[in-house]
Design a protein around this ligand. Structure first.
Ligand code: GLP
Length: 244
């Protein structure tokens, strides 16, 4: 696992955007795995800038997202489909038919079948990840087991609390989500995890400072991946005592 410490969030986003740009230039029809949440926002802004000002071409890029809330329609303001359209897809030259986000409304089993079919339809070249304060990646919550394939996950109370900042009323935060499994994430050719935001110290320390790879902190599985990169700020690195 490669660990890169950047001076600040903007520097981390530039490094991540460089990786994604390199991937697209090497393979214009690559398949990117994308993430939601606050952490990737600066990366998406930088990719939009490169698309508009430097001709970075998304016209043949295909994407699949990590997860979606169950119970929210694609039109809902807090659905991950709506989020991705707003913060990235509507602002770059991607063909939206080539973007996949599992459906949060309708029959969950049917959405799950579609999600699994999508994932088994091709390899992910580069998977972008954020880190949950409880150590989750995608919506793979800590527990006694982690699931290999896409599945329905009951969200941890700490995740519901953390994500309630996006909703008018905490009671509106969905309790369940569809998520790629830990195996789906690990099968991506390369992984890029950006750690940003408050309350991530403990999870970051478990990932970076050694100790066991454990279902109790799903992000620790990144240590077993052949091409995983973790990006964090100097401030966070100092706080948790990470030494290069
Ligand atoms: C959310 C998402 C994750 C995201 C994480 C961190 O619940 N399902 O994919 O990476 O939690 O979110 P944030 O970047 O907003 O801290």
């Amino acid at each position: 696992m490669q660990v890169i410490v950047g001076t600040d969030y903007a520097a981390l986003c530039a490094i991540a955007a460089d990786r994604i740009e390199k991937q697209i230039r090497e393979k214009p029809d690559c398949r990117l795995g994308l993430a939601t949440g606050s952490s990737p926002l600066g990366i998406y802004e930088e990719l939009i800038r490169r698309c508009r000002e430097e001709g970075l071409d998304f016209s043949r890029v295909r994407t699949v997202n990590l997860d979606e809330y169950l119970g929210l329609s694609p039109e809902h303001g807090q659905s991950y489909r709506h989020f991705m359209d707003r913060v990235l897809f509507d602002r770059i030259n991607i063909d939206k038919r080539n973007t996949f986000i599992p459906r949060g409304d309708g029959d969950p089993e049917e959405s799950l079948r579609e999600f699994r079919a999508c994932l088994s339809g091709g390899e992910i070249d580069l998977q972008l990840l954020g880190l949950g304060s409880d150590g989750h990646i995608g919506f793979n919550e800590p527990g006694s087991v982690l699931q290999d394939q896409a599945h329905i996950e009951e969200l941890d109370p700490s995740t519901i609390a953390a994500n309630s900042r996006f909703f008018d009323d905490p009671a509106q935060v969905p309790r369940r989500a569809l998520t790629m499994g830990i195996g789906d994430i690990m099968r991506a050719r390369s992984l890029l995890l950006i750690i940003s935001g408050s309350g991530k110290e403990e999870a970051a320390a478990r990932l970076l400072l050694g100790g066991d790879v454990t279902c109790l902190c799903p992000a620790t599985f990144l240590r077993l991946h052949r091409d995983a990169t973790v990006l964090l700020s100097r401030t966070l690195a100092d706080k948790i005592g990470w030494k290069e």
